[in-house]
Design a protein around this ligand. Structure first.
Ligand code: AMP
Length: 213
């Protein structure tokens, strides 16, 4: 299965992408995670990307298109893949089409803006394995410690409320039109993001059941 995962920032793409990846045994790639790694490592790309990310804006299309092109041409993706957070603009979607990659579905997780702001202020990320938690809705067993690998949890810089509001504006203006783009190709599947992670997971798995081997 070749899947695109869409949704507003904080809609739960990362959590669902990990679950789909495990069930289908296909790799998930998050352009956000790759950009954050580049920022941490201080690479040229990371330095370029950081100011856009801190402002809640999209990193220029050519940067993320380059990352994805390299990734999709690797052997890892030959049995399928999940793109978490790519494409995020029409030019990115057109670049993906131009790569000749066949997409089976574009799954959008729908969450109202007011819920997003509440969710992101409580979001905590594992510094070791990247797993995502929420202090209320998906709390780790021990506060600030990852259930999966035991590393400490942190709050992302771009989860500050003012940045979240910018990220939401960016999403509605530049990314959301992709729903029409994929609907026109008959590939759009929308599921409701729920309060409880397991309810969203059930909706996601139900929507993807027709791709089961
Ligand atoms: P995410 O972790 O997916 O929420 O991404 C965090 C930030 O990385 C976004 O707010 C953007 O600044 C940048 N980013 C991630 N994916 C993309 C993309 N496909 N296009 C442009 N910028 C991106």
């Amino acid at each position: 299965m070749n899947l695109i995962l869409m949704g507003a920032p904080g809609a739960g793409k990362g959590t669902q992408s990990a679950k789909i990846s495990e069930k289908w045994n296909i790799p998930a790639v998050s352009t956000g995670d790759m950009l954050r790694a580049a920022v941490r490592e201080g690479t040229e790309m990371g330095v370029k990307a950081k100011s856009f990310m801190d402002a809640g804006q999209l990193v220029p299309d050519e940067v993320v298109i380059g990352i994805i092109k390299d990734y999709l041409s690797s052997d890892k993706c030959k049995n399928g893949f999940i793109l978490d957070g790519f494409p995020r603009s029409i030019p990115q979607a057109e670049a993906l089409d131009a790569m000749g990659v066949k997409i089976d579905a574009a799954l959008s997780i729908e969450v109202a803006d007011e819920k997003i702001v509440e969710r992101m202020s409580g979001r905590r990320i594992c510094s070791g394995c990247g797993a995502s938690y929420h202090v209320v809705y998906n709390a780790p067993k021990t506060a600030d410690v990852c259930d999966a690998c035991g590393a400490s949890l942190y709050t992302r810089d771009d989860d500050a409320e003012s940045t979240v509001l910018n990220r939401l504006n960016t999403y509605h203006e530049i990314t959301e039109p992709l729903k029409d783009y994929y609907a026109a190709k008959g590939l759009l599947v929308c599921v409701q993001g729920c309060e409880k992670v397991e309810d969203t997971t059930a909706a996601v798995m139900g929507a993807l059941s027709r791709f089961e081997a």
